[in-house]
Design a protein around this ligand. Structure first.
Ligand code: PAF
Length: 313
């Protein structure tokens, strides 16, 4: 299917008017990769049997802080159109900045406390920018469903919360993280990494895996060299692995990368309640997200893994 391309709000309204059945929105900043394809496929499934997928492609200046990568953010529009066509999108909305921000944006959406920790703490204003553009897109597109990737777990949670708190008539759906063959979570920013930086960056998903394995009580959680070669694995999954042990396993997985050349510079490694993003403290039990952000070279990477913190037997 060749998608209809709308680059103005009027063009979008006209294209939207032709769509019958449920409309599933996939908001993106372009530079579409395997992770976006997974989101687009989920959107396609959700649009069946008689709905349509509408993709927005807009590098939103409001969510970039001073000194961040707005100017160098990859822009691959021709390729993006091809991906949208391959994944069956009916409409692509790719506005200029002046369409989305015709004047100075004086009113913005505040993410509240959930948006002031982790990514929100490291990138002040980031979630205000995300929520503001997503709310604009919801008003312009009037989607029935919008799909976001789980790699940006805090973004997903904050957007879900916005739809509840502001009574928005949109269902929020999620698509799982896509990993590249070496384990790195698919991201538009991966294209910035040199081969050496990428080798260092791989410690991030591995450390999260080590944390998840610790939560599951598996031997794989041990940092390399922690147990003597040939030592027998535990007979059964031991119970009661708390947040501190999970974080310790993940931190151990990052130690070598922190000393590598180029080094991995950790921003945060945290366990949080997936719904509220409050820290999962020592008494916490149940589903949790282990989240990390780090910089390698000049590239900031985020990743996360879902796990269960079980109580004592
Ligand atoms: O995840 C992204 O690509 C962006 O934050 C989004 C949701 C498209 C808003 O600009």
């Amino acid at each position: 299917m060749i998608p209809v391309l709308a680059s103005t709000k009027a063009g979008l309204a006209a294209a939207r008017g032709t769509l019958r059945g449920p409309v599933v929105l996939v908001p993106t900043m372009g530079a579409l990769h395997a992770g976006h394809r997974a989101v687009l496929r989920r959107a396609r499934e959700l649009s069946q049997p008689n709905g349509n997928v509408l993709v927005s492609v807009f590098v939103n200046p409001l969510q970039f802080g001073a000194g961040e990568d707005l100017v160098r953010y990859p822009r691959t529009f021709e390729q993006d159109m091809a991906v949208c066509a391959e994944e069956g999108a009916a409409v692509v909305f790719a506005p200029e900045r002046s369409q989305m921000y015709p004047a100075e944006q004086m009113v913005t959406v505040s993410p509240g406390p959930m948006g002031r920790v982790l990514e929100g703490k490291s990138r002040p204003g980031f979630f205000d920018g995300v929520l503001t553009v997503v709310l604009k897109l919801f008003h312009l597109v009037q989607p029935d469903i919008a799909v976001f990737g789980e790699k940006d777990a805090q973004q997903l949670a904050v957007i879900r919360r916005m739809t509840v708190d502001l009574n928005l008539p949109v269902e929020i759906a999620a698509a799982p993280i896509m990993r590249e063959p070496d384990g790195l979570a698919a991201s538009s920013r991966n294209s910035y990494l040199s081969a050496r930086e990428r080798a260092t960056a791989l410690a991030l998903p591995r450390a999260l895996q080590a944390g998840a394995a610790a939560a599951a009580g598996q031997r794989a959680a041990s940092p390399p060299g922690a147990s003597p070669p040939g030592a027998s694995p535990p007979a059964a999954a031991p119970a009661a692995v708390g947040p501190a042990a999970v974080l310790a396993a993940a931190h151990a997985g990052l130690a070598a990368a922190a000393a590598a050349d180029p080094p991995l510079v950790l921003d945060y490694l945290a366990l949080a309640d997936p719904a509220t993003f409050e820290p999962a403290g020592e008494g916490y039990r149940g589903q949790a997200l282990l989240l990390a952000a780090a910089t390698v070279g000049t590239t900031r990477l985020i990743d996360n893994v879902r796990l269960v913190l079980s109580g004592p037997p």
